[in-house]
Design a protein around this ligand. Structure first.
Ligand code: RNT
Ligand code: ZN
Length: 411
């Protein structure tokens, strides 16, 4: 069947072998926080706050470092391609409580050792939510200098950790700042908090690190639950800030108005920035962080990455946390869908299609684009999985076994 599919694609000028080998090389950063509903290791009872929420109470949630590692290990075994690991500062490994402004490299060395043994590179995030100092929904833009300073110390510490990780692993660590800061009600002052955020960031970025070790990004948002009327770190704010300060924007596709598409934004940013970071998720009516599907927008994002030659320039990360279904099934489904979308995008004759556009041959372009949609992607996907030694379409039965044998013993 694969030989037939290969011949089918060849008719359109597409080399399935090249697509398979390129797909295997594109790094996708798997977020650790799908495994425990963004709880972290500070306190297993911690409540998620900051305008984000994991809904659902499916049994078997990872309650400790060992359980999360066990689940991650199993999750990775079901996902093809080059995988990174995205950690948050609340996943530090220590003998006792460590406040956020005290986190240090030693708390993440165990992760580095775990990842090194598996050929996995790590990305990192400061955690400016689920903490008493963030209770007001304000952190780096808080009117109280003491609160801002606390969070500035935290992010300075996490950048130091990220640079250490990048140096140790020999691959730059993406350090992405997302803050919840916003207001539920109509603001009386929009500029003040944004100026305070700008100044706090300037203080944070006054420390410079070797770009071979760290890639600094900032993630915007349109609103958070309970913070509906105003978001300090808006898209305009962070795009301008990143452009001026020589850092990078991170686009989360759950963080825009419903008719604004990240797939359309990528080329605009890649025309100006040499790198752009992504959080791939699925927003259902709001930033709900549902599992990404193999759907139009995920495919279009993948198409844009490939069309723009962005395989090395777009840092792909995942960001969803569904607690309503088996968490491993959620993790794996979203990650496999992103992989499948990348393979789909690599199986298109982009140069030929661009030529049709430039020649103004829109009839043929339309016909080709539509015909290409139903080529035998599934067969090439199965072949890709086979070569990666990853289970095919029946992978869920192994999750059922894992649920019975491992997750079922928790609680
Ligand atoms: C929140 C942002 C942010 C978080 C993670 C946990 O809306 O998307 O990226 O989801 O950092
Ligand atoms: Zn995000």
């Amino acid at each position: 069947m694969y030989e037939q599919a290969k011949a089918e694609y060849r008719k359109w000028g597409v080399d399935t072998e090249e697509a398979i080998s390129r797909c295997a090389e594109i790094p996708v950063s798997l977020h650790c926080w799908q495994g425990d509903d963004v709880t972290g290791f500070e306190n297993p009872q911690a409540l998620l706050s900051g305008g984000i929420q994991a809904t659902g109470n499916y049994p078997g949630k990872a309650r400790s470092k060992d359980e999360l590692l066990e689940d991650l290990e199993f999750t990775y075994s079901l996902i093809p391609g080059r995988k990174r690991l995205n950690l948050h500062a609340i996943y530090g490994i220590s003998g006792g409580p460590v406040n956020r402004d005290q986190v240090d490299t030693i708390h993440f060395d165990p992760w580095l050792r775990w990842a090194a043994g598996r050929g996995i590179h790590i990305d990192f995030n400061p955690t400016l939510f689920s903490h008493p100092m963030a209770a007001a929904g304000l952190t780096l833009s808080h009117p109280d200098r003491k609160v801002r300073d606390f969070w500035i110390r935290h992010v300075k510490a996490t950048r130091k950790i990220a640079a250490h990780i990048g140096e140790q692993q020999g691959s730059p660590c993406l350090h992405n700042i997302w803050i919840p800061d916003g207001l539920k009600e109509s603001p009386a002052d929009r500029l003040g908090p944004r100026e305070r955020l700008r100044d706090a960031l300037d203080e944070i970025f006054s420390v410079s690190y070797d770009p071979r070790f760290i890639v600094d990004a900032v993630e915007s948002k349109v609103f958070g639950i309970g913070l509906e009327s105003y978001t300090v770190g808006s898209s305009d704010f962070y795009l301008s800030y990143a452009a001026k300060r020589g850092i990078y924007p991170l686009l989360d596709n759950g963080h825009y108005h419903p008719t604004e598409l990240v797939s359309d934004k990528l080329s605009s940013l890649l025309a100006v920035f040499d790198k752009v970071a992504l959080h791939i998720t699925r927003a259902v009516r709001w930033d709900s962080d549902h599992v990404p599907l193999f759907e139009d927008e995920v495919r279009e994002i993948a198409l844009e990455i490939i069309r723009c030659g962005g395989e090395k320039r777009v840092l792909i990360g995942l960001d969803y946390f569904d607690a309503n279904i088996n968490r491993i099934a959620a993790w794996v489904t979203g990650a496999r869908n992103v992989q499948k979308a990348l393979l789909y995008a690599l199986l298109q004759p982009h140069e030929a299609l661009k030529k049709l556009q430039d020649a103004g041959n829109f009839s043929k372009l339309l016909v080709w684009q539509e015909e290409l949609k139903t080529l035998p992607l599934g067969i090439v996907w199965e072949e890709y999985l086979r070569r990666q030694q990853i289970r095919g379409g029946d992978w869920f039965s192994s999750v059922e076994t894992y649920e019975a044998q491992v997750l079922g013993r928790r609680n």
